[in-house]
Design a binder for this molecule. Structure first.
Ligand code: SF4
Length: 350
């Protein structure tokens, strides 16, 4: 592989480094903040439109300080306005990787709310959930913080962002430093609060506890998917051998430390995880916990052996949990079923 000689892009610099670069290009230190604000907060990606910067600096940006590092190489728009786009990044020893991001506009009529975006944290995924197309090829590499930020920047250019779910491809807790760094940039740039950001994990207990100790400024969702140990070991291979009780205990720890309730995600696989026995065991597992269980009816994928659950099974499952006193909304997926990869979890956003 040849050395990458392209200039570093905007979000590859830390704030001080960016100031220094801007000064080198003829601007003043404070232009660094102006530039980041215009790009992330306003979604301006055309350097010539950044009129609050001096003309010489604007001219220099495309060749000396590009606003983006990657290139969009595919985009799918569904009927409900959901957009999935792939961004290709070249840096990294493994060469090019294509990263998936989803932008979901609010479906509420006359709503002034912005969209929800779903970002990826790894190229490929090492967790290997057997119902997820993204896990089939394993991990290619962790994303860098700026590659995570760039997904927000590109999504912001499509319209205002109200919420963010870190539920795209990858396991955020296995690339946590980059995720934290990216979210800090995004919170500042988009002025988005902790409760508007949800990070989803399969729930590595030690990592969850550590994250809870670090004053996390986001909400947590744990992908549980089944209340039965043997089945979870098979469905979520990276968690094989990790007792479900330990995952739940780590979720309890999160709640104690942060005061924020955990959401549990449960993908309903037709005739695999949507049976009355599953509903009963799940209710027993979560009884007494302050938590929401998002029920996500599975979207079949051509390469995987799982089925969409019947509507009666989904509704019966929900009724059982509700009768047991649990909060269990059904999250039907948004568009893009045909092309969704990990997207099983994206339904959570609305
Ligand atoms: S569902 Fe999420 S954690 Fe599981 S393999 Fe897919 S991307 Fe990874």
């Amino acid at each position: 592989m040849t050395e990458d000689t392209r200039p570093k892009s905007l979000y590859q610099y830390d704030p001080e480094g960016l100031q220094a670069r801007i000064v080198e290009l003829g601007g003043q230190k404070f232009h660094a903040k102006v530039l980041r604000k215009q790009v992330l907060e306003k979604g301006l990606l055309d350097a010539h439109g950044l009129t609050s910067l001096p003309a010489a600096l604007r001219e220099a940006l495309p060749t000396k300080l590009p606003l983006l590092a990657g290139q969009e190489n595919d985009r799918v728009v569904s009927k409900d306005g959901t957009i999935k786009f792939l961004t290709e990044f070249e840096r990294g020893l493994e060469g090019r990787v294509a990263i998936e991001t989803v932008h979901m506009p609010s479906l509420r009529k006359n709503s002034e709310r912005g969209a929800t975006i779903c970002v990826s944290t790894q190229a490929g995924c090492p967790v290997g959930c057997t119902f997820c197309a993204s896990g089939l090829g394993g991990l290619i590499r962790n994303l860098k913080a700026h590659e995570i930020v760039e997904q927000f920047v590109r999504a912001r250019a499509l319209g205002p962002i109200a919420r963010c779910v870190v539920m795209g491809i990858g396991e955020p807790l296995l690339n946590f430093a980059a995720v934290q760094e990216a979210l800090a940039t995004v919170r500042e740039g988009l002025d988005i609060g902790a409760r508007k950001i949800t990070v989803s994990s399969v729930g590595f207990p030690d990592r969850l506890r550590k994250a809870a100790d670090e004053n996390p400024r986001f909400d947590l969702a744990i992908s549980l998917h089944t209340p039965f140990q043997e089945q979870r070991d098979a469905l979520v291979p990276a968690m094989a051998g990790v007792p479900i009780e330990d995952v739940l205990a780590a979720g309890d720890y999160w709640f104690e430390k942060t005061g924020r309730e955990v959401t549990y995600e449960y993908v309903l696989l037709g005739e695999d995880t949507d049976t009355p026995e599953h509903a009963q065991a799940l209710a027993e597992c979560l009884q007494g916990r302050r938590a929401t269980i998002n029920l996500i009816p599975y979207n079949p994928s051509r390469d995987l052996p799982y089925q969409r659950p019947r509507t009666e099974a989904v509704e019966g499952f929900q009724r059982y949990l509700q009768d047991a006193g649990l909060v269990a909304p059904i999250r039907w997926s948004r568009g893009l079923q045909e092309s969704a990869a990990c997207g099983q979890l994206r339904a959570l956003s609305q």
